[in-house]
Structures are given as structure tokens and as C-alpha cells.
Design a protein around this ligand. Structure first.
Ligand code: GTP
Ligand code: MG
Length: 241
């Protein structure tokens, strides 16, 4: 039986996926090994779920504490998702990674994902510094698509972090992908994502151009909002003094 909240990974399903991927039927002698692998994946996904929970706790604490101290939160929204087992297998297969728990753990960095939507660009870097500054958080990789946007206009700060998860017999370092963006960047990315899949990953040129222009407008809006926010904060400081 699958416990509530656990990823729906059935042995039958894994076996079916394996057969589909290899394009051949599995014989009975393969069954025991397949079962071992499937169980390994169950354990792996459970551990990632714990890592995701740890990271969510950290982000939530920062958000709540900020609200408490400053009467203001730099975080507008926090989202999280576990990559589905099917997506994990498909991605591993696409990349030629062996369909084994250890190989997948060592190769995929986006099994657990957290998305933090911030009010202002400065808040993104503030949250980044606060997370990376924590003693049990390790920064494995950073991609700053805000400083260097992608050609299509995509902006976000991507951090690949690891957090320790304390299991009964060992400590597991779990990798979590954290994406930080403003509301405007998120607005743009979600529309682009929809269009991307609507056109089966081939966005027509006129829409590509329109999206690039929209990304520039989003950045302008972010800059304007930031300026207004700073001005209000300065006024508030002067008022307090
Ligand atoms: P993949 O996860 O396979 O794409 O690996 P990668 O090495 O290209 O990682 P990258 O950090 O560039 O992107 C990881 C994630 O960021 C994606 O899964 C998306 O959630 C998001 N992302 C990256 N580029 C884009 C983009 O052009 N548009 C949108 N909407 N999202 C993007
Ligand atoms: Mg990508």
C-alpha cells in the first residue's frame, strides 16, 4: 500500500515504464531486480520529499519572521513541487542516465523544487543571502538569469542547494532547486511556459519577439516598483527619526 502523500510509484508502473523504454518485454528473472530498483526509487523520492519539507520550513521561517519584525514580507508567494516519477524516468532516459536510484540522485538536480516569488529584485538577493548563509545549507550551483537573462527574455535566480535530512541510520544530503523571481518575472515565465507547450516547443517568431518585448516591459515595471518602494521606505525612515 502507498502511504498518503507518497509519490504514486507502483511496481507495475515501473516495470511497464522499463519495458516501454527498452522496447522489450521483461522476463520473470528480471522481476526481483526490478523490484529492488523500484523500492530504491520509493526510498529516494521519500528522502527528496523530506528535503523539500526542510527547505520549505527554512523559507517559511524567514518569511514569517520578516513579517513579524519588519511588518513587511519580501516574499509574496512560496510554491513547491516534487518531480513526478514518470518525469524523472523520462528525463533520465533522455539524458542517457541509468534508470537507477543512485545514478538519478547523482545526475538530476530538480527532483525537489521550491519557487519563491518576491516583491522586489533586491528581495531576491536578500533571500538568497539568508538561505546560503545558513550553516546546514550548501550552495552547489547558481545561475543568475537576472544578471544575464536567457535569449528569450527569461529571468530568475536559480540556486541548486543541498540540505541535510536526518534519517534513522544516516544523514542524507538532499538537493533542492530553488528558483527566485519577482511577480513580474513569474507572470512572464508562466505565460511563456504555456505558449512553449502550446506550440510544442517551437514558438513562432512573431510570438518570440512579442515575448522578448514583454520581458523588457516586465523588467521596467520591476525597476519602477523598486524605485517607488525605496522612496516610501526612505520617507518612513525619515518619519521615524
Ligand atoms: P532543465 O531543468 O532540464 O531545463 O535544466 P537546465 O540545466 O536547462 O536548468 P535551468 O536552470 O536553465 O532551468 C531549470 C528550470 O528553470 C526549468 O525547469 C524551468 O522551470 C525554468 N526555466 C528555465 N528556462 C526557462 C524559460 O525559458 N522559460 C520558462 N518559462 N522557464 C524556464
Ligand atoms: Mg532548461
Amino acid at each position: 500500500p502507498i502511504e498518503p502523500g507518497a509519490p504514486a510509484v507502483s511496481l507495475d508502473h515501473l516495470a511497464q515504464m522499463f519495458r516501454q523504454i527498452d522496447g522489450e518485454g521483461a522476463s520473470d528473472t528480471d522481476a526481483a531486480e526490478l523490484r529492488e530498483i523500484a523500492l530504491g526509487f520509493r526510498r529516494l523520492l521519500m528522502t527528496y520529499r523530506f528535503g523539500l519539507d526542510e527547505m520549505m520550513t527554512k523559507v517559511t521561517i524567514l518569511r514569517e519572521e520578516f513579517r513579524h519584525i519588519h511588518d513587511y514580507t519580501p516574499i509574496e508567494h512560496i510554491g513547491s513541487r516534487m518531480k513526478s516519477f514518470e518525469s524523472i524516468l523520462a528525463k533520465a532516459n533522455r539524458r542517457g542516465i541509468p534508470l537507477r536510484p543512485d545514478a538519478v540522485r547523482d545526475s538530476l538536480t530538480d527532483i525537489a523544487g521550491v519557487r519563491i516569488t518576491c516583491s522586489f529584485v533586491t528581495d531576491i538577493y536578500r533571500m538568497r543571502d539568508l538561505l546560503i548563509g545558513q550553516r546546514d545549507v550548501t550552495l552547489l550551483q547558481e545561475k543568475d538569469y537576472i544578471a544575464e537573462p536567457k535569449a528569450n527574455g527569461y529571468k530568475s535566480l536559480h540556486l541548486i542547494l543541498s540540505v541535510p535530512v536526518y534519517l534513522s541510520d544516516r544523514i542524507e544530503q538532499v538537493v533542492v532547486e530553488v528558483q527566485l523571481r519577482t511577480i513580474a518575472m513569474d507572470f512572464w515565465a508562466s505565460l511563456e511556459h504555456k505558449i512553449y507547450y502550446k506550440y510544442d516547443r517551437e514558438i513562432p517568431p512573431h510570438l518570440t519577439a512579442a515575448l522578448a518585448a514583454a520581458a523588457t516591459e516586465a523588467a521596467t515595471l520591476d525597476a519602477t516598483m523598486q524605485r517607488i518602494h525605496s522612496e516610501v521606505q526612505e520617507l518612513a525612515r525619515d518619519g521615524d527619526a
